[in-house]
Design a binder for this molecule. Sequence first.
Ligand SMILES: Cc1ncc(COP(=O)(O)O)c(C=O)c1O
Length: 389
Amino acid sequence: MDIAEKEKKYFFQTYKRLPLNVEKGEGVFLYTDKGKFLDMFGGLAVNVLGYNNKKVNEAIISQINKFSHLSNNFYQESQIEFAEKLLSLSGFNRIFLSSTGTEAIEGAIKLVRKHFNSDTKRELISFKGGFHGRTYGSLSLTTKDKYRRGFEPFLPGVHHLIYNSIDDLRRTVNENTAAVFLEFIQGEGGIYSADCSFVDALNELKEKYGFLIIADCIQCGAGRTGKFLSIHHYKCNVDICVTAKGIGGGLPVSALMAKEYLNECFHAGDHGTTFGGNPVACAAGVAALEEIESYAMKNAETIGLYLKRGMLVLQNQYPDKIKDVRGAGLMLGIELGNVIPEVLVEKLFERKVLVNLTNISCVRLLPPLILNEEQADLFLTAFEDSIKS
Ligand SMILES: Cc1ncc(COP(=O)(O)O)c(C=O)c1O
């Protein structure tokens, strides 16, 4: 049996795998049994520094040589270093570390519940197109039918509103609203950004009704949008922020971060996880955050603009095929028009470029933040050739 047959025999068939055997990764490229591929979706936003980053590797090896796991009964140097760096880049005061994005969202829901400790003020709001994860709390906030069908019932008291609709927001929030969860740039939903006027309305309604604002920066964090977190593009009174994906330099770590006043909600035993803040993941995270801060975040901004401009030129040339180009930094969405999305992905694959589709007709670009102009040009040429053919 080859690897594909074995996978089919042993695994629940929850993932669509690419027909590739990856031998190694280097920078923005994957070396496979079918040749060298430019990876334009970078481990779905995890591989912010591409593959095989030397500093991250050294940090991992150095930590493994000390210990690869300690329970959270111990103080851990790498956790502290990681927390200090992450909080300072993010602008929050308190942190809880877990391993995946969805866990961080669950932690945020618990923190909201504990904060209000009320039978009535516990309604939650999220937005259509938003994606927050696959465990029950986060899936209750996630709106897409495809992910929810068959898994009911979900948490009660969750309202799904139209993203960027101030009217919908005004109509729904009231004294019982405990929290509003949103991605300031929706990833899975097709790379849509929150309007400034919508964020202003959110701030205003928060003042009136006293709910918390929770930013899901799991995909739109780690410097991807040209700022460390997407919320840094806005003036928003965010109480809790969750982030994950790229912050661990490829290892699983996620963070629930909050303002100081929420510290009083969680006491010993209120929340916990065995692997959260794993020392190797935190050591990798410290190295990754240093790289993000020193050059990758800036590069995401400049190359992101370069790539976006290149795509806008193509949109001008092929307006029937490219309907929209949106997003910030290296989190870009290309809305396709008169093109069959899956065929375009295949054509790009033939040209050794890997892209990911989301929301049916949107090509979602989440390349490593170290992408350079030459590699961006490689992508633009392959994209143009593919839509022409
Ligand atoms: C915005 C957002 N929130 C939450 C999640 C869930 O993260 P995880 O898959 O690590 O549980 C994702 C994953 O893609 C995401 O993009």
